[in-house]
Each structure stands twice: as C-alpha cells, then as structure tokens.
Design a protein around this ligand. Structure first.
Ligand code: F6P
Length: 342
C-alpha cells in the first residue's frame, strides 16, 4: 500500500521529524511512502518521489522540510483539481497525509469530500488551529522569540531604551503572549486585543517613574490599534489563499512611542528566524507522535481526520473541527501576562 505525504503552507520546525516518523512507522506495516514535492503543487505537476529509510535518515533535528512546501491552492482551478485526482490515481496513492495549517487542511477536507483517503497533521508556528492543544513548531518559535527578548533585555537596560520586538502571528497572538510571559515583557500587543497607544505609553512612563528606565514591548504582526483599525502589510500582494503579507506594525509603534514619550526606542522584527532551524525537543517528540498516529489512523481506515494533542494524549479529530474556526489566544492567559505589564 502506498501513502503520499505533503507539507503545505509556511515551513515549520518539526516537519522533517514528522516525515521520518511516518516513513519508519509505515515500514513496520509494510506500507511504502511517497513524498509529494512542494505541497499541493506536486500533485498538480506530478512530482512525487519514494521516501525510504535511507532518505529520512538523519533528518530528525533538521529544520525545514525535505520535500519542500508552497502556498499553492489547487482548488482555484477545476483543471488543477482534476490533475490532483489523476496523479493520486496514477501514483496509486491509497491515502494522503497532509501536514499543514488551516489552508492546507482546508484543501484536504475538500479532497476528502471528493473521496480521497486523507489524514491531516497540525502544523504552524502560530498555534492557531482548532481541535488540538498544540501544533508542532509553536514551541520552537516561542523558544526563539523568548531568547530574542532575553537578549534585547540586556541591551535595553544598558542603554535605557524602549525595545519593541515584533513576532509572527497573523490572526492570533500566541507567540507574542507565551514568549512575552516567558521573557517578562512589559507590554504585549496581540490581534485579539486592539491596543491603545496612549495606554502603552502610560505603561512605559510608569516604569520610568519607578526608576525602570527601559521597557520591552512585544507585538504580534497582526496587532491593530483601537482607533483606525488597520493591518500593516509589507505590500499589496496576496497569496493563493488571499492572505496579505503582514509585517511592520512594530516600526509604527516604535516611532509613535519615541514621539510621544521622548524615550529612545529601537525596533526588532524577528521574522522568519522564528521558523528556521532545528526544532526543540518538545516539537521533535510531538512531531514524532503525530507522524506515528497518522499512520495508525490510516491502518484503521479512519480518514477525514487530523491527529491532535489533547492533554497528554494524541487523538483523532475531524478535519471539519480543525478548520471550523481559528484558535485565538485564551484570554485567561493574556490576563496573566497583563499582571506583569508596567
Ligand atoms: O502561517 C505561518 C506564518 O509564519 C505567519 O505567522 C506569517 O504571517 C506567515 O507565515 C509568513 O508567510 P511567508 O513565509 O509566506 O512570508
């Protein structure tokens, strides 16, 4: 029996650990695994290659994905949908494992509805997929962001500066909130809670009055002000799923803080550093468990599902549940972060 595997959307630390786990677990059942190149694009173009024990050897700690990824949306053209169906047949793929976030798994659900045997695996550094406590890659992104905050702390303190650090998080501020708590941020701005720049400046002023002459402000790229609510995009372009490229809100906030408070301010945009490089031990283990569980679901014939972490158990949830709505930040967690503002 042949299983096809693809990685879609932005790459994510831990993808190779999943691929390795799938290949090794599948081998135990005598299944063979085929890597589909560059996400859904590989099923449109027919670029598929066998993955063996040998090809996945040594990839556990490696960042990125050995089979490549893209933001291709095969549902945009009827002829692409037909090509995907034809290639699944041509390569005799009994089932597909699709590793991705809301877009990739949204497409997976549509192909499942057309009769394709699909199992999903939740991947995104943003941690904004429903149905699971954690997506793999999030822990690594949080560790990188926390280390960056720690490093900014010492230089902020030495120079009596305000440091604004912008992290990823398009619609959900999970990275900002968790890394902000871990790094002792003085203020955290997330998409779920539109911010008032006056309040941010007040927090900084309060610290100065207390003799704390530096501040760390963590901002999610999707954060918006209460007044004049508008996302800050890098340019006008959108991807195949209609998403604009965010980035730059940190610069605007930094300028505004300096103008209003007169305190010297610097801005760091962490960007794709959060997505590159080796996964943490937590993500390696989670990714491995997800890979193994996905093969188990295939063995049991349970399709249209996504493997998920609930508490400490890996379970299967429907793709429908996973993509129904974005999982935004738990505001109880944000309340905890807020205790330490100022
Ligand atoms: O979806 C994950 C993510 O890293 C978002 O946090 C970010 O907005 C986006 O991808 C960046 O996409 P790209 O790699 O296409 O610039």
């Amino acid at each position: 029996m042949r299983i096809g595997i693809l990685t879609g959307g932005g790459d994510c630390p831990g993808e190779n650990a999943v691929i390795r786990a799938v290949v090794k677990k599948a081998e135990k059942y005598g299944y063979s695994v085929f890597g589909i190149k560059r996400g859904w694009l590989g099923l449109i173009t027919g670029e598929v290659e066998p993955l063996t024990h040998f090809s996945v050897s040594g990839i556990l700690p490696r960042g990125g994905t050995i089979i490549g990824t893209s933001r291709t949306n095969p549902l945009k053209k009827e002829e692409d949908i037909q090509k995907v169906m034809t290639h699944i047949k041509k390569f005799e793929l009994h089932s597909l494992i699709t590793i991705g976030g809301e877009d990739t798994l949204g497409v997976a659900k549509k192909f499942y509805d057309r009769g394709v045997n699909i199992v999903g695996i939740p991947k995104t550094i943003d941690n904004d997929l429903s149905g699971t406590d954690y997506t793999f890659g999030f822990d690594t992104a949080v560790s990188i962001a926390t280390e960056a905050i720690d490093r900014l702390h010492t230089t902020a303190e030495s120079h009596d500066r305000v440091m604004v650090i912008e992290v990823m998080g398009r619609h959900a501020g999970w990275i900002a909130t968790v890394a902000g708590i871990a790094g002792g941020a003085d203020c955290i701005l997330i998409p779920e809670k539109p911010f008032d720049i006056d309040n941010v400046c007040e927090i900084i002023h309060k610290r100065h009055k207390r003799g704390r002459r530096f501040s760390i402000i963590v901002v999610a790229e999707g954060a918006v002000p209460v007044k004049g609510t508008r996302l800050i995009a890098q340019d006008e372009s959108v991807d195949a799923f209609g998403h604009i490229r965010l980035g730059g809100v940190g610069n605007i906030i930094g300028k505004e803080i300096e103008k209003r408070t007169g305190f010297e301010t610097r801005v760091t945009i962490l960007g794709h550093i959060q997505r590159g490089g080796t996964p943490t031990a937590f993500d390696r283990v989670l990714a491995t468990r997800y890979g193994v569980a996905a093969v188990e679901l295939i063995k049991k014939g349970e399709f249209g599902k996504m493997v998920a972490l609930k508490g400490n158990k890996i379970v299967g949830v429907t793709l429908e549940e996973a993509i129904a709505k974005l999982k935004t930040v738990d505001l109880e967690l944000y309340d905890i972060a807020e205790i330490f503002f100022g």
